[in-house]
Design a protein around this ligand. Structure first.
Ligand code: NAD
Length: 371
């Protein structure tokens, strides 16, 4: 039996089912949502090559036929061209208001397909079948969908909750180590922002989880999704608490922009470095102990992850340019930047009250360490 986390949003409630082998049961899981036995799948070429046949079989077992469009993998797919292509394709498939669109892939496909579903015929339902660790613990839950703009990441989009999420933890086995660990950056984020015992558990179980321990993987995904579901239920459209989920993202998004959203720095890697920097900034502001940033870095390093600006290859812009990129972040409210800082592991909070020179100091020291 899969684990289930219920996202209890009034009128838009849905289940997140978590466990190995869910793709084989996809037909039985999705059938109750369908008005006719067919679905349209948006996926990427890598995921399609590895897992689309299994999904088709799982759907066919319940008599559901499927058509699929596979887009190129990578962040560049979260843009206008592929969105237009996807929406056009869905219209060509004659998708109706009562049909289901399936997002089958990592966060890129989930965000793109969710947004395509949100705007198609003024909104059709969609099911997330996340295949990366990042998508299973974060992007598939909570209804944020969208694409990137030339001006910045995720600046075009809509809130559109899925009707169901199926997180098959067995498919994580085909991720590259780098993609797996990038997703693990978001898992660590949950412990750091709101659950010190979860972080402690990860310090103990992280290595087993990374090397394939299925029970540990299911537990890490379940706890992460539960935390995200709780926060999203309290604050669906990010008027308050939901911003806590952006721990590490203000620094992380600036670094992603600085590296051109390229494979020099994956999103989850930017988040992990950003979390270490948010702890560093909090320690310098006297909000948390000096030991906390060291403990965060130590765990990330044990897992073989990037922790500092020095771990990013290639050129990085100077402190002024990084500050300007941070100011472009969509978490800017009335011109002032909101940071997620911390009073210790598991105790994040939101503030706009951050001295600019301390932020500059953290960035400058990080850049100096690259020399
Ligand atoms: P991704 O979708 O690019 O996937 C990473 C890589 O893994 C891709 O090359 C993909 O083809 C491959 N892949 C996926 N599943 C695989 C599998 N099972 N086996 C082998 N390869 C597989 O990126 P991601 O890291 O999953 O997601 C990052 C995106 O998610 C970013 O665009 C970010 O902005 C977004 N995001 C959105 C939210 C949200 O709330 N909507 C939250 C966090 C992140």
């Amino acid at each position: 039996m899969p684990e289930t986390v219920h996202v209890d949003l009034p009128g838009r409630a849905y289940d997140v089912r978590i466990g190995p082998g869910l793709i084989a049961q996809a037909g039985a899981q999705i059938a109750p949502l369908l008005s006719r036995p067919q679905v349209s799948i948006l996926t990427d070429e890598t995921v399609a090559g590895l897992h689309l046949e299994a999904l088709r079989t799982g759907l066919a077992d319940a008599g559901i036929s499927a058509q699929a469009l596979a887009l190129p993998p990578g962040e560049a797919t979260k843009s206008w061209g592929p969105l237009e292509q996807s929406v056009g394709w869905l219209l060509d498939q004659k998708v109706e208001r009562g049909d289901i669109v399936v997002a089958f892939g990592g966060g890129v496909i989930g965000d793109l397909a969710g947004f395509a579903a949100a705007i198609l015929r003024r909104g059709v339902r969609f099911v997330q079948i996340p295949t990366s660790l990042l998508a299973q613990v974060d992007s598939s839950v909570g209804g944020k969908t969208g694409i990137n703009a030339a001006q910045g990441k995720n600046l075009i989009g809509a809130f559109h909750q899925p009707a169901l999420v199926l997180a098959d933890t067995a498919v994580l086995g085909t991720l590259t180590t780098r993609d797996f660990l990038a997703g693990y950056g978001e898992v660590v984020k949950y412990g750091l922002l709101g659950d010190a015992r979860f972080f402690e558990w990860l310090e103990g179980q992280g290595p087993a989880l990374a090397s394939g321990d299925m029970a540990a993987r299911v537990e890490a995904v379940r706890r992460s999704v539960q935390m995200k579901a709780d926060i999203v239920t309290r604050d669906e459209t990010e008027q308050g608490d939901r911003a806590l989920l952006n721990l590490g993202h203000t620094f992380g998004h600036a670094l992603e922009a600085a590296t051109g959203y390229s494979d020099k720095l994956l999103h989850g890697e930017g988040v992990a470095i950003g979390c270490a920097m948010a702890f560093e900034l909090s320690a310098r502001m006297g909000l948390c102990s000096q030991e906390d940033p060291s403990r965060v870095r130590a765990h990330l390093k044990t897992m073989g992850m990037k922790t500092d600006l020095a771990d990013i290859s290639g050129d990085l812009p100077n402190t002024d340019a990084l500050m300007a990129l941070m100011a472009q972040d969509k978490k800017v409210v009335q011109g002032s930047l909101r940071f997620i800082l911390t009073r210790g592991i598991g105790s994040a909070f939101i503030t706009s009250d951050v001295p600019g020179d301390l932020v500059r100091g953290v960035l400058q020291d990080g850049l100096d360490a690259r020399q």
